[in-house]
Design a protein around this ligand. Structure first.
Ligand code: BG6
Length: 469
């Protein structure tokens, strides 16, 4: 659809940026913080760990001042569960509450709306030792943690995100550092974990509405457009199957409180259906989101399954398509360019998925991640030229405006990442931020903050509410 005139971004559009606690804070064991699964995971060789990262824990004032200078209307960050409950469930750590109180107050001082993710991959190791999400106890621990967050921060935080990219933890846990406990039937165990997370999420949404009637809460999965490898009906069907397993399973439960039929049939066929407790379905029905937050980096392409090993196109990470024999064959999209890290770049697919999510669920949407990871270079005189990032973001923001013109209700854009941080599995050299943090993979240097070219570009874009990009 082509338009002669585009609708403008809404006046109160939330322009912002995103981060997550374990990737930006550092201070991994300071002030009573307990270890998370990320702290205890086997470390990827050749890249840094998450002990110091960008040391935002000690630089948060300076960092937030930079976000304010860019004109941020909102900032999406996550709370480290292990700062609040060091082992996940027993004692509250007051120092953790204090840190996030200070962070939230600092944001509000600059009129930046806090968007709080409750859990971004970093499950407390204390819970993991007892079975993690395989153990129902973790559902109760999450509910208790949610209640603590609502009690302490609910007077100032209006936007809440439950679980970041639950679908990626289930489908690509090994590249993120979150994996299954059960060695005999890991897939079945994963879908049990998945079910427990869905119930935990629903409980948090119910609690949020009860405790904070003015707040708004939503899930934050990674949702991608899924293309068929060709117009062959079997390829189209395979794309539909994969979309059900990858996207709709998560959003159907979050919004409608029931499992997607195709995804459920897949679980049944494979023997992965989760065990449910008596009132699980009621809880899933009662927990309703006010909006959908989602992360988008790329689209994915699949074809009809060959039924065998040939379905695996390659081994990939959370943003590359790996096939699954009997369901769909991983493929590549020859029409798309790729990032340095092999992720296909697809702004038009972004518009397509914005439309699709909105027409399926009719809830307001916010994009909580989108961005380009690259090896930025610090030049003489503290200059970082990142035109490739500006291009990437511009092309995606243009598609949001087109989607808004299509009638999709989008109320915010919070790209990854507000400032440089450590990638999930590709270290500190894979940078995403508008602000460069002066460190190398293993040399912490002075952690100096340097405005990139994209910083000034985004500042202008926010100032003109998307008119100048
Ligand atoms: C998303 C995650 O999957 O992608 C972030 O929510 C992550 O935590 C981002 O950092 C980019 O991925 P990566 O692997 O390049 O860090």
């Amino acid at each position: 659809m082509q338009y002669s005139k585009l609708k403008p971004f809404p006046e109160d559009f939330l322009w912002g940026g995103s981060t997550s606690a374990y990737q930006i804070e550092g201070a991994w064991n300071n002030d009573g913080k307990g270890p998370s699964v990320i702290d205890m995971a086997n470390h990827v060789e050749g890249v840094t760990d998450f002990k110091v990262t960008s040391d935002h824990y000690h630089h948060y004032k300076q960092d937030i001042a930079l976000l304010a200078e860019m004109g941020f209307k909102a900032y999406r960050f996550s709370v480290a569960w292990t700062r609040i409950y060091p082992d996940g469930f027993s004692e509250i750590n007051e120092k953790g509450i204090e840190f996030y109180n200070k962070l939230i107050d600092e944001l509000l001082f600059y009129n930046i709306e806090p968007i709080l993710t409750m859990y971004h991959f970093d499950l407390p190791y204390g819970l993991e030792k007892e079975g993690g999400w395989s153990n129902r106890k973790t559902v109760d621990a999450f509910e208790q943690y949610a209640e603590t967050l609502f009690t302490h921060f609910g007077d100032r935080v209006k936007y809440w995100l439950t679980i970041n990219e639950q679908n990626m933890m289930i489908l690509h846990g090994s590249s993120i550092g979150t994996s299954s406990q059960d060695e005999e039937n890991p897939q079945k165990d994963l879908y049990q974990q998945n079910h427990h997370m869905l119930v935990a999420q629903a409980k948090a949404m119910i609690l949020c509405h009860r405790m904070l009637p003015d707040a708004r809460i939503g899930p934050a999965p990674n949702i991608a457009t899924i293309y068929p490898a060709s117009s062959k009906p079997e390829d189209i069907l395979a794309a539909d199957t994969y979309a059900a397993i990858r996207n709709w399973l998560y959003l159907d439960v979050a919004v409608h409180g029931h499992y997607n039929a195709t995804a459920w049939a897949y679980l049944e066929e494979r023997g992965y259906t989760p065990i449910m407790e008596g009132d699980d379905m009621d809880i899933l029905q009662q927990g309703k989101p006010d909006f959908i937050a989602f992360n988008y980096y790329t689209s994915q392409t699949v074809g009809e399954s060959t039924g065998g090993e040939a379905d695996y196109s390659h081994t990939g990470d959370q943003h590359e398509t790996i096939g699954e024999p009997g369901a769909y064959r991983g493929s590549v999209n020859g029409n798309l360019r790729k990032t340095e890290f092999g992720w296909e770049i697809d702004p038009v697919g972004f518009r397509t998925i914005l439309r699709e999510i909105y027409s399926r669920y009719r809830l307001p949407l916010i994009v909580t991640e989108n961005g380009l990871g690259a090896y930025d270079k610090l030049e003489e005189g503290d200059i970082v030229n990142d035109p490739y990032r500006i291009d990437f973001l511009r092309q995606h923001i243009e598609q949001i405006q087109l989607a808004i013109t299509d009638g999709v209700e989008v109320f915010g854009f919070s790209p990854w990442s507000a400032i440089d941080l450590v990638s999930t599995h590709q270290g500190a050299s894979k940078r995403y931020g508008f602000v460069y943090v002066n460190r190398d993979e293993f040399d912490i240097k002075d952690l100096r903050r340097i405005r990139k070219k994209s910083f000034y570009w985004y500042q202008k874009l926010i100032e003109t509410n998307g008119k100048e990009m």
